[in-house]
Design a protein around this ligand. Structure first.
Ligand code: MN3
Length: 203
């Protein structure tokens, strides 16, 4: 079974983007529920127990029919929240360095242009979902995906998500999704994004 990873920081560590109450609900309730429901969905199917989370999400042919939808939705919820929570850090605006910094300049022109495109993608996601910075065959790209779909395939690898489900921002920002996205950039953990990029280029 998959377990709930602890947050890599305190509940009050990200106050420039979110408050402790939102973070507590987001992690201890929403994220935990995806973990519980994924485990419940795979429990009756012995053949799924040795598959990694990535395999469960990228090899749908191996999933029995009745488990396909719950594995996709809840497995995606587990995976996406893992990438999201790890991609933030204690309040401190930093900028991407090294290879990821160069790749952002190469593919977007500047960090500002990247942030504009990422904001646009996250804002225009109708309903629940995420804005994503992804590696697309060696090129960085910004996309959005609905619900808990994962950008994980032969051609896509996730680098940085911004969760735009209302549970991520509604307590503090109400309907102002744009304000939440703007503040999100203040807590991006670029070291983690850089690690994700290295993984994407290696695999
Ligand atoms: Mn969420």
């Amino acid at each position: 079974p998959v377990s709930l990873e602890p947050l890599p920081y305190d509940y009050d560590a990200l106050t420039s983007v979110t408050d402790a109450e939102t973070l507590r609900f987001h992690h201890d309730k929403h994220r935990a529920t995806y973990v519980e429901k994924l485990n419940a969905a795979i429990k009756p199917h012995q053949e799924l127990h040795n598959m990694t989370l990535e395999q469960l999400l990228t090899e749908p042919d191996k999933i029995p029919e009745e488990a396909k939808t719950p594995v996709k939705n809840n497995g995606g919820g587990v995976y996406n929240h893992q990438v999201y929570f790890n991609a933030m850090e204690k309040d401190e605006f930093t900028t991407p360095e090294g290879e990821i910094g160069k790749a952002i300049e190469r593919d977007f022109g500047s960090l500002d242009t990247f942030m504009k495109e990422m904001t646009e993608a996250a804002l225009s996601q109708f309903g629940s979902g995420y804005g994503w910075l992804v590696n697309n065959n060696g090129k960085l790209k910004v996309i959005n995906l609905p619900n808990q779909d994962v950008p994980l395939s032969d051609t896509l690898y996730p680098l940085l998500p911004v969760d735009v489900w209302e549970h991520a921002y509604y307590l503090k920002y109400r309907n102002l999704r744009a304000d939440y996205i703007k503040a999100f950039f203040d807590v991006v953990n670029w070291k983690e994004v850089s690690n994700n990029y290295e993984k994407a280029m290696r695999d």
